[in-house]
Ligand binder design. Structure first.
Ligand SMILES: NC(=O)c1ccc[n+]([C@@H]2O[C@H](COP(=O)([O-])OP(=O)(O)OC[C@H]3O[C@@H](n4cnc5c(N)ncnc54)[C@H](O)[C@@H]3O)[C@@H](O)[C@H]2O)c1
Length: 228
């Protein structure tokens, strides 16, 4: 087996680097986070996937029985987020890692077009959900003696992207400052908080940004060799 095979065939890579770890992955029903789910499973983690796409969540449960559980969760809803973190303890006895990747891009692009309701709804999705994920991860992670929170920001926060929206850019930028603050606040609990800044990936979100409808994107875009 060549090193290239090891890198490309995700079914083959089994280093066990996450053996015994329990992760919550939001947005794991599709796109980048779906790839994270596959990789975490191959590394030995147990996973709660939180997403609004229930059918795709059920498919993941069938694909990885006993290893992946799905929780129908709208990240704009604090109770849903709290239930997701609690589920990690109920199903697997604890929580070690949160990857918060869920996000939407169906927001009005320009300040001039935004209503207060548009702003509040988009911000709840793109920023407040990060705060709530951290808030509800702290208790379970403290009971474990520590943990790691990974917030998914975007390169659009740092480099001008004409396809993005004011909500997306401002909130993804704020996620970087949130990570810095939370890392400071939670260091004494042995909880690490980091933000990652992906560039473009060919997912349904990316398809929407270049003009296709969300329905068409979800139905047609295949992510990196997986079925989502
Ligand atoms: N694709 C890119 O080019 C790109 C670039 C930079 C950053 N990102 C970031 O990466 C993350 C993943 O994006 P992706 O490209 O995989 O997109 P995607 O649309 O494929 O996946 C996003 C997931 O979030 C879920 N979601 C949306 N709204 C939700 C809600 N209210 N509650 C629960 N789940 C919800 C969707 O159902 C979907 O499964 C996002 O945070 C995105 O901003 C993506």
């Amino acid at each position: 087996m060549t090193p290239a095979t090891l890198c490309l065939d995700r079914e083959v890579i089994r280093m066990g680097r996450l053996s015994g770890k329990v992760a919550v992955i939001t947005g794991g029903a599709s796109g980048i986070a779906y790839g994270v789910v596959e990789m975490y499973v191959s590394e030995g983690a147990k996973i709660i996937v939180a997403d609004i796409q229930a059918e795709k969540g059920a498919q993941l449960e069938r694909r990885f029985p006993g290893t992946v559980y799905f929780n129908a969760c709208d990240i704009r809803n604090e109770e849903d987020i709290g239930r997701t973190m609690a589920m990690a303890e109920e199903k697997f006895g604890g929580l070690d890692v949160v990857v918060h990747a869920a996000a939407s891009v169906d927001h009005k692009q320009k300040i001039a077009d935004l209503t207060v309701e548009d702003w509040d709804d988009g911000q709840a999705n793109l920023l407040r959900s990060h705060v709530m994920c951290i808030k509800h991860a702290v208790g379970p992670m403290q009971r474990r003696g520590g943990g790691s929170v990974i917030l998914v920001s975007s390169a659009a926060a740092e480099n001008f992207s004409p396809a993005a929206s004011v909500l997306y850019v401002v909130c993804k930028g704020a996620v970087l400052y949130l990570a810095r603050w939370a890392a400071f606040e939670l260091a004494s609990c042995k909880i690490r908080v980091n933000a990652i800044v992906p560039g473009p990936f060919a997912t349904s979100m990316w398809g929407q940004l270049v003009g296709a409808s969300r329905e068409v994107c979800l139905a047609t875009i295949t992510f990196a060799g997986g079925d989502n």
